[in-house]
Ligand binder design. Structure first.
Ligand code: BES
Ligand code: MN
Ligand code: ZN
Length: 488
């Protein structure tokens, strides 16, 4: 969808969206339009339950006396109380209401006091994403019609400010694309190729195959992929936008392109969802696209472990012992606890090679995090209060919310093992925490935070900023985290 900013030009021929404050009379152009339309807008308001509450919409089709083909009223509540994210969601509500309306163009009149034109644009664009490349027979009548949204604003620098946000949204859309792809199309090899496309933005990309990883001793990651006919990969992305020689910040992602559970096979029902078990890697890759796209002034390294967890003839078995790159050994008690094995080697490799200031990993690591937090917050695990606070703040600012959960040595004991240095599962309780404790053993005390995004990368229902499907969760969160704390 195309977004533009312009001073209002009348008449508006497509759809026009007015922002309405709660329990306040129409003002400005909305009032003028109502007058031209012979009071149709105020009549519609009194005939309905629309009172301008935040999130409400009211649509009038083809009102007489004005050129617009439809008028959309969007409630904003009390405009002066809205957060940046509220404005983004208001913009998204316009797209959600008009995407399949029949109108191909819309103007959002951003004239209420305090309206954030850039935020409205960001939301309008975010909500326009659709993954429909495999739908060859969708009837025309069901396809989206909205192609252009203009934000009518007097603010002259909105378009320039929006450029950087647009780059971040391009990153979000890449993440949604990757998450939505089925696993026969997106496997470790094709995923690595997609990552190679970031080179056009100035990101250096390096891909390690099984031979290189064997040399490095990455027995934990390689063990997960050994049941698959697809070669496991480790992709490394480097963006040097900061000062030369400055230690980078780093992001590490779990990229299990499909998680059958391996020999500890998952039940069939719902297993198709495990195509998005590469969500951590998908988010990290989208983030790199965002940062490079807006030329972020920071040095960043990203590492993603790409494997397919399959129950093949060569698959690893419960009871196997593997040696990780760190030298620590692991007894595999459940081949379905594979994400931590992939991350163990990816984390160790990242700190060993790049000596980063911080490491943040993202992973669809545990079903338990969904039991704990549902789909509203991702879980964060860190010993570092500063990182926790920075992430929490970025979460509130972007709507990609996080909630901190504990790490503690008493949980760490739960993964101690008789046979090897550790086992890959804890007991019955605290499944997300024992998984985090496991990862902690591979951080070599570099300031680190683990983000369990199993509950947030995919949505079974429409959300304010995304249709049912991949949400792109985490890209805007981490872009903001970087912008607020590590640039300039
Ligand atoms: N990829 C799953 C976690 C997951 C579950 C993500 C549901 C999204 C939705 C992970 O590899 C896994 O299977 N975890 C196990 C761990 C257990 C065997 C200790 C789990 O959560 O059941
Ligand atoms: Mn698993
Ligand atoms: Zn998994």
């Amino acid at each position: 969808m195309q977004i533009s900013f312009a001073e209002l030009e009348l008449p508006i021929s497509g759809a026009v969206a007015f922002l309405a404050e709660k329990d306040k009379p129409l003002t400005g152009l909305a009032a003028e339009t109502d007058r031209l339309a012979g009071g149709a807008v105020s009549k519609a308001i009194s005939a309905s339950r629309f009172n301008g509450s935040n999130g409400q919409t009211l649509e009038l089709l083809a009102p007489g006396g004005v050129a617009a083909e439809r008028i959309l009223l969007v409630g904003v509540g009390e405009a002066d109380k809205l957060s940046a994210q509220d404005w983004v969601e208001t913009g998204a509500a316009v797209t959600a209401a008009l995407l399949g309306s029949g109108s191909s163009e819309a103007v959002i009149v951003a004239d209420v006091v305090g309206a954030d034109a850039v935020g409205l644009a960001e939301g309008a664009l975010m909500r326009s994403y659709r993954f429909d490349k495999y739908r060859t027979k969708e009837p025309e009548a069901k396809k989206p019609t909205l192609k252009k949204v203009a934000i009518a604003t007097a603010s002259g620098d909105a378009a320039a400010t929006f450029e950087a946000r647009k780059a971040v949204i391009d990153g979000v859309f890449l993440t949604r694309d990757l998450i939505s792809e089925p696993a026969n199309i997106l496997h470790p090899e094709s995923f690595a190729e997609r990552i190679g496309e970031l080179e056009t933005l100035g990101v250096d990309v390096e891909v390690l195959g099984e031979a290189e990883m064997t040399k490095l001793g990455m027995g934990a990651l390689l063990g997960v992929g050994q049941g698959s006919v697809r070669e496991s990969k480790l992709a490394v992305m480097v963006w040097n936008g900061g000062k030369k020689g400055d230690a980078p910040i780093s992001f590490v992602g779990k990229g299990v392109t499909f998680d059958t559970g391996g020999i500890s096979l998952k039940p069939g029902e719902g297993m198709e969802q495990m195509k998005w078990d590469m969500g951590g890697a998908g988010t990290v890759v989208g983030l790199m696209k965002a940062l490079a796209g807006r030329k972020a002034k920071v040095n960043v390294v990203a590492v993603v472990g790409l494997v397919e967890n399959m129950p093949g003839g060569n698959a690893q078995r419960p009871g196997d012992v593997v040696t990780s790159m760190s030298g620590q050994t692991i007894e595999i008690l459940n081949t379905d606890a594979e994400g931590r094995l992939v991350l163990a080697d990816a984390l160790w490799y990242t700190q060993d090679r790049f000596k980063p200031k911080i490491m943040i990993d993202l992973a669809t690591l545990t079903g338990a995090i969904i039991v704990t937090l549902g789909h509203e917050h991702a879980g964060i695990f860190t010993d570092n209060d500063e990182i926790a606070n920075q992430l929490s703040k970025a979460g509130l600012e972007t709507g990609d919310k996080v909630w901190r959960l504990p790490l503690h040595k008493n949980y760490d004991k739960l993964i101690d093992c008789q046979v090897a240095d550790m086992k890959n599962i804890g007991g019955r309780g605290a499944g997300s925490i024992t998984a985090a404790q496991f990862l902690r053993r591979y951080t070599n005390d570099v300031p680190w935070c683990h983000i369990d995004i199993a509950g947030t990368v995919w949505s079974d229902k429409d959300l304010p900023l995304s249709e049912k499907g991949g949400t792109g969760y985490g890209v805007r969160l981490l872009d903001r985290f970087v912008a607020d704390n590590y640039e300039g």
